[in-house]
Design a protein around this ligand. Structure first.
Ligand code: HEM
Length: 551
């Protein structure tokens, strides 16, 4: 048998190679050997070589390049809490070739979320994932100043007047959904009150897009929510996964489908804009007048330039994607928790009866937007769910200039303060903040009443919101909140502007469901664990809920 000595094996060692070994065995063996060598060198580097004392402590890892990706990806919160025990509030871990410095606690959140955009950049951290999905010219594909102006435009659309109109529309959509969707209709429409069952994640995703399109997105989007739209949406969404964050472009079908869907979706919105301009759709129509397209058509940048059709289309895609998973994950978690907790479910129902029963006591009036403020339990249920299950567990920024760590956050090393070098990423975690035992009593327990009782259980967060410093980053005065332990909507200049809409949407959906259905978990089941493998934290399957029509 002739043997070929592969290029990886030098001539001095080839005499030791068994004569019968085919070349591919040698190649694989060589590569394996290199990997072992890389692992050994990586371990020695961490254990033996002197550490640069100005750098924050590094999380020990065995695999070079991959680093702690597996622990972080499986359960980031557990990973962060364990790292905090060992290294303190500031530490760096390796994530597929990137160095990511985590900063925990109020001071850590403040350093990252309150940082200046020329020092810690969201654009640089996210644009490679978001721009292929949203499209050019908006959000992270423009200057920070332009983003702040775009947020202001959106805030105009999220007005009290529009929210007043949305409440009835969301209630109506939810009721229609219960009456017509295949998971509910058969059981919901019969008088004999049998128990049925639905998949929380699937049903709430559908209901979220139906209600968001009827309200924010506009009636043309709602009426064209067909299979083609769903396919495009899914293809876009397929480009918004953790793998896209790690690998911005790969020659894979999912990346090609994402790019095609982005172009089609952009054209879809631009067609609607043109039809409105041509008055094919009547802009005076009551529902059309309250949507985001109507608002964006009237907005101008500070220099007087209006948004182009393309920019408007891309902002609409951004809003669609920003609100969909976050809201649908939250409503799924809420229903799972209230199905598990009959006391809270009854409390929510009693609250609805107290405030909205018709005078004959046989039905309910539509909730007014203003009355949302007077429903403490509904409010507490949404808040508590977002504390325990913030959909976005990690907020990232890219470090653009060496970033000294304040001494109040991490004990300075002998050589002075820690410095996070330019090129690193920094990470703040709303999920760690929301379940930090240093702040919250029984942090893992889902207990909405903590927000009603007040005290130390929720006091720090409530106090912060009421008395925190107020700032205007360019899209209106708001509480800075960068040191708050409650940050499901982020904080600082990149803080969410969809919060008020999310409360309207979630409040209205949950109230309508509670008015009409009794919920319970299947026998022997508890609220499922969190799945961190998706872009937002979803309940793991199975996540079925049983229901029957209320008497
Ligand atoms: C930003 C969470 C719903 C639009 C954010 C951020 C978080 C967040 C944590 C900050 C990200 C960062 O700092 O990197 C949530 C949650 C939601 C929700 C938990 C629902 C429960 C919505 C909705 C919309 C929306 C419904 C649109 C109507 C935005 C926008 C930003 C943002 C435009 C600003 C991005 C920036 O300035 O960088 N959201 N969001 N969100 N969200 Fe939301």
């Amino acid at each position: 048998t002739s043997i070929t000595v592969p290029w990886v094996v030098s001539s001095s060692v080839h005499q030791y190679i068994p004569k019968f070994a085919p070349s591919w065995v040698l190649v694989i063996g060589g590569l394996f050997g290199l990997q072992i060598l890389a692992i050994v060198l990586n371990i020695l580097r961490q254990l033996v070589l002197p550490r640069d004392k100005s750098l924050p402590p590094e999380v020990f890892h065995i695999l070079p390049i991959i680093g702690s990706a597996i622990q972080y990806g499986d359960d980031p919160i557990n990973f962060f809490f364990k790292c905090r025990e060992r290294y303190g509030d500031v530490f760096t871990f390796t994530l597929i070739g990137r160095k990511v410095t985590v900063a925990l606690g109020p001071k850590g959140n403040d350093m990252i979320l309150g940082g200046k955009p020329n020092v810690v950049s969201a654009e640089e951290a996210y644009t490679h994932v978001t721009t292929p999905v949203f499209g050019k010219g908006v959000v992270f594909d423009c200057s920070n100043d332009a983003l702040m102006q775009q947020k202001k435009f959106i805030k105009f659309g999220l007005s009290t007047e529009n929210f007043r109109a949305y409440m009835g529309m969301i209630e109506d959509e939810t009721y229609q959904f219960l009456s017509t969707d295949s998971a509910f209709a058969a059981t919901f429409n019969t008088p004999n009150r049998d128990w049925g069952s639905f998949n929380a994640v699937k049903s709430l995703a559908e209901l979220t897009i139906l209600t968001a399109s009827r309200t924010l997105q506009g009636s043309e989007v709602r009426s064209r929510l067909d299979k083609t739209f769903a396919q495009r949406y899914n293809d876009l969404d397929g480009g918004f996964k953790p793998i896209n964050f790690l690998f911005p472009s790969l020659p894979l079908p999912s990346y090609r489908r994402r790019d095609k869907a982005q172009q089609e979706m952009s054209k879809f919105y631009q067609d609607i804009i043109q039809r409105r301009r041509d008055r094919v759709t009547n802009p005076e129509d009551e529902e059309v007048g309250h949507d985001m397209l109507a608002t964006l058509a009237e907005q101008k940048y500070r220099d007087g330039r209006p948004l182009s059709d393309e920019e408007t289309a891309h902002m609409m895609i951004a809003l669609l994607m920003a609100g969909q998973h976050t809201s649908s994950a939250t409503s799924s978690w809420i229903l799972l928790h209230i199905a598990d907790n009959v006391e809270v479910q009854q409390g929510l129902y009693a609250e609805q009866v107290k405030h909205f029963s018709t005078p004959d006591g046989k039905g309910f009036q539509t909730m007014e937007y203003e009355s949302l403020k007077n429903l403490p339990l509904l409010d507490a249920v949404v808040r508590e769910t977002l504390r325990v299950h913030p959909p976005i567990h990690s907020i990232m920024r890219k470090v653009m200039q060496d970033l000294p760590v304040p001494s109040s956050l991490a004990a300075p090393s002998e050589s002075g303060a820690f410095v996070i070098p330019k090129g690193y990423f920094v990470l703040a975690s709303p999920a760690v903040a929301g379940t930090d035992p240093r702040v919250w009593e029984n942090p893992a327990e889902w207990d909405p009443y903590r927000w009603i009782r007040g005290g130390s259980g929720a006091g720090a967060a409530s106090k912060d919101e009421l008395s925190g410093e107020k700032v205007d980053y360019g899209f209106g005065m708001m509480s800075k909140g960068t040191e708050s332990p409650y940050q499901p909507f982020g904080a600082g200049r990149h803080r969410c502007i969809g919060e008020s809409f999310a409360y309207v949407q979630l409040g209205s959906i949950i109230a309508t469901i509670v008015r009409n259905l009794e919920l319970r978990l299947p026998a022997g089941k508890t609220v499922p664990p969190q799945n961190y493998h998706t872009m937002v934290v979803m309940p793991k399957s199975p996540c079925d809920i049983e229901f029957r029509r209320r008497e």
